[in-house]
Structures are given as structure tokens and as C-alpha cells.
Design a binder for this molecule. Structure first.
Ligand code: EPU
Length: 334
């Protein structure tokens, strides 16, 4: 187990914020996680469990203990199931599945972060969410070190959320996730511009490798590489509104994109609203809105977490005034 005091989190958050935590601990086996789970006490409070730090905004030094899984194994459970340590890099898992002809994860290619966080936050892209392939989540309980195994149903997955983000927050350290994939390739091509991007490449029936590569290309084109420009992917969640609210807005904004959730609810892309308000490519201090995707806030270099938070609040307020909609951060703000 690695433990450091007064530790810089610069390498642990993709926003590139230089903040320190009082203590940082990394466990690399389930046994270490259990030992740590039993040894944490009031002096570690408040706890912060992080993955790759790709969904995190630090607004100052962190006064408690930051915990990180370095459990990095990957193993085949049976023909269609893969079990992965929580610290395993998400995209390495996707690449592995595609390479061994196991399908279901390819639309989630190149999402930054680690396997444990995928099960907390139900990462999603291009019509697929982690919950579609998660079978069970193994964790140790903080306080007792007891191992628990949750089925996907018990985790109560919803859009970018799970019980690990709500009632189970800070109660468990996730140690491994088992995914159920399939040998039958059923490409999901209906989201956004996937079909158009395949057509441009002259592909009508993609292989899983071709679909993965196309998704990687789309993401690289639209989303900034955190190694070059600090960011945490989509900063806000796309709000879900009632049909009544949607009808009012649709009458005012004829070209407003939307996704029907069910007979009563519609999801509206926050990126579209932010762009309508002229924020795309704009800066406030050293924080800004990415020029190619308005849902992504960026650190133009040396921004503090407070500067990014200030931009977040200003945009939220503008969206509230113009559209009467509350947009909520997807990013974990600490
Ligand atoms: N749009 C704009 N302007 C923008 C951005 C988007 O008008 O600046 C419009 C697009 O034209 C499109 C709609 O909004 O009609 C949706 O845009 P896009 O497909 O780019 O997706 P998104 O809603 O902005 C979501 C996820 C992404 C995921 C993509 C693709 C959330 C919060 N974000 O973004 O996830 O990659 O769909 O599936 O749900 C992430 O969570 O970090 C993330 C990147």
C-alpha cells in the first residue's frame, strides 16, 4: 500500500488543477483495500475516492484523505465474462474485449478513466452505458473491510448515476467489476453521427474494430485531449424535462435537438443550449468553454478550480435565465 502526506493531486485530475490533499493512499489488492477500509478513522475525513480523476474538479486543497485503487488485473471468467480490477484503465478494457472478439463495450471506446469509476458513474457514450454490460460489482465496506458483491440491479443504475453516488457514497471501495459481453456482434450505429462517419470511411457494415476506431476518431475530433488541455469531458449532464416544458421550448426554438426518454420526458443537450448562448469558445479568466463542444469546460493553463467553478456557475445562471432549465454538473466538484 502506498501512502503519502501533503500530496499533490496534479497527476490525478485531468483538469490539471494543482491542489494538494492531506493524505493520499493507493491500494493494489483486494486485501490491501480491506485492510485500509478497517483502518480509516476520523483523521481521514472527509474521504475522497477517485479513479482516473477524469470527472473531478478540485476547488482547493483537499482537507482529508484521497483513496485510489491500483488494482489492475483483467481476467476471463468464462467465454463471455471478463472480471477487471477497479484500477484497470477503462479503454484498455474496451480494447481487450474488441481484440478477443467480445462485443458490447466498443461504443464506450476512449472514455477516460478507470473501471471502478465506470461502475460508480455509469459512464456512457454513443447509445451505450456501462450498466448495459456490468454484471456485478465487488467492493469492500469501509469500516468493516467486509467483501460485498452487488448485482447490477442492486446498484440502481441511471443516467450517469448509481447508488455509489447517492446512498452508498463513501461506504464502499470498489475492488473489481465483472462485465457480461457477447460473442454476437450487434453494432449500435444509431447515435448521432456514427453512420455518417462510417459512410465517410466507405464502411457500411463495420467490424467491431472499425466501429471502435470510428468512435475514437469522432471523440478525438470533438473532445480535447487532457494531456494538451485540461478538462473533464462533459462538464454538465443533459437535463431531462417534462413534455410540457419541452413543448414550450420546442415552440420557441425550432431547431432544438432532443432525445425522447418516454411519453412524459425529453432530454435536451446542454451543449446546444450553451452554444446558443454564445459560450462556445469563450473564456472567463483562465477557464473556458471548448471551441468544438460547448458541454466541455477547459483549463487554458494555470486555472484554479475556483475559476472553473465560477465559469460553471455563470453558465448555469445564463441557461436558467434563457431556457428556465437547471443544468447540473456531471463532474464531481470538491
Ligand atoms: N450540440 C451543440 N453544440 C455543442 C455540443 C452539442 O449544438 O457545442 C448538440 C449536437 O449537435 C447534438 C447534441 O447537442 O445535436 C448532442 O451532442 P453530442 O452528441 O456531442 O453529445 P452530448 O450530449 O454533448 C453526450 C455525453 C458524452 C458522450 C456523447 C456521445 C453527457 C453529459 N455527455 O454528450 O459523454 O460522449 O453524448 O454519446 O451525457 C462525458 O460524459 O464526459 C461525455 C463526453
Amino acid at each position: 500500500m502506498k501512502s503519502f502526506e501533503n500530496y499533490s493531486l496534479l497527476a490525478h485530475n485531468t483538469f490539471g488543477i494543482d491542489a494538494k490533499c492531506r493524505r493520499f493512499v493507493e491500494y493494489s489488492t483486494k486485501e490491501e483495500a480491506a485492510e485500509l477500509a478497517c483502518s480509516l478513522d476520523y483523521s481521514d475525513s472527509p474521504l475522497l475516492i477517485i479513479g482516473g480523476g477524469s470527472n473531478l474538479l478540485l476547488t482547493g486543497d483537499y482537507p482529508g484523505t484521497v483513496l485510489h485503487s491500483g488494482i489492475c488485473f483483467i481476467e476471463q471468467v468464462d467465454d463471455e465474462r471478463i472480471r477487471c480490477g477497479s484500477g484497470f484503465v477503462w479503454d484498455d478494457f474496451v480494447a481487450h474485449c474488441v481484440n478477443i472478439n467480445l462485443y458490447g463495450a466498443e461504443n464506450l471506446s476512449l472514455i477516460p478513466g478507470e473501471v471502478g469509476a465506470s461502475a460508480v458513474q455509469n459512464i456512457g457514450a454513443y447509445g451505450t452505458e456501462a450498466k448495459d454490460i456490468i454484471e456485478e460489482v465487488e467492493a469492500v465496506e469501509i469500516g468493516t473491510g467486509k467483501t460485498v458483491v452487488f448485482s447490477a440491479a442492486e446498484c440502481q443504475y441511471s443516467y450517469r448515476s448509481s447508488r455509489f453516488k447517492t446512498e452508498w457514497r463513501d461506504k464502499y471501495l470498489i475492488v473489481a467489476v465483472t462485465f457480461r459481453l457477447t460473442r454476437t456482434f450487434q453494432p449500435k450505429l444509431d447515435y448521432g453521427n456514427i453512420r455518417a462517419a462510417l459512410k465517410e470511411r466507405g464502411i457500411s457494415c463495420p467490424t467491431a474494430q472499425q466501429l471502435r476506431q470510428t468512435i475514437i476518431d469522432i471523440r478525438r475530433e470533438k473532445l480535447p485531449d487532457p494531456k494538451q488541455i485540461g478538462n473533464a469531458g462533459s462538464f454538465f449532464m443533459n437535463p431531462v424535462v417534462s413534455r410540457e416544458k419541452y413543448d414550450q421550448l420546442a415552440a420557441r426554438f425550432k431547431n432544438m435537438p432532443h432525445y425522447t426518454i418516454d411519453a412524459h420526458r425529453e432530454k435536451i443537450p446542454a451543449g446546444w443550449m450553451i452554444e446558443q448562448l454564445g459560450w462556445k469558445g469563450k473564456q472567463l479568466g483562465r477557464a473556458g468553454v471548448y471551441s468544438k463542444q460547448a458541454l466541455v469546460l477547459v483549463n487554458h493553463g494555470g486555472a484554479t478550480g475556483r475559476e472553473v467553478l465560477n465559469l460553471c456557475k455563470t453558465i448555469q445562471e445564463d441557461v436558467r435565465c434563457a431556457f428556465g432549465i437547471e443544468i447540473l454538473p456531471e463532474v464531481n466538484i470538491k
